[in-house]
Design a binder for this molecule. Sequence first.
Ligand code: HEC
Length: 143
Amino acid sequence: MNTSLSKVLVSLSFMGSLSLASCQSEGEVKRQQYVAEGFELYKSSCMNCHQANGEGMAKLYPPLAKSDFLTEKNKALVICGIRHGFDKPLTVNGQVYHQTMPGNSALKALDIAVLTTFLYNEWGKEKKITEVQEVEKALATCP
Ligand code: HEC
């Protein structure tokens, strides 16, 4: 291979890896923003009951930290619960809870997306954003 061509190829692949790296970190920056904003919303709307560390309170308020309720499958339920509250018995980590959680009609779909991202990234097993479209779709099907 002649040297000038190989130089071009090297610089092309370098640029390729640069743009890939910056693209990944943009997604990561957005994810971290959602988590940080979600924590702010959590502090103002949820922390009184579920506590700062997400451990909940005795048999009254279920934990969010390490909660086995925070699965991908339950995400629409969680989204509907944040908006409309919970009033049916719920089992979290083997413990049955039966108290009423109030709804949050003032939270917009984007707020709920940000909050859900915080819950699932901080205390669930996800490392990704819950997008606002997913929240809107879930809200449209709430019972
Ligand atoms: C007044 C106390 C109270 C507040 C405030 C509250 N919750 Fe709850 N939360 C509860 C109770 C009680 C339950 C269990 C409901 C039941 O037994 O049906 C619950 C259940 C949950 C669950 C499902 C079970 C689990 O532990 O994984 C999630 C998720 C949840 N809450 C998230 C939130 C979020 C997010 C907020 C803030 C927007 C919030 N809660 C605000 C009391 C509260």
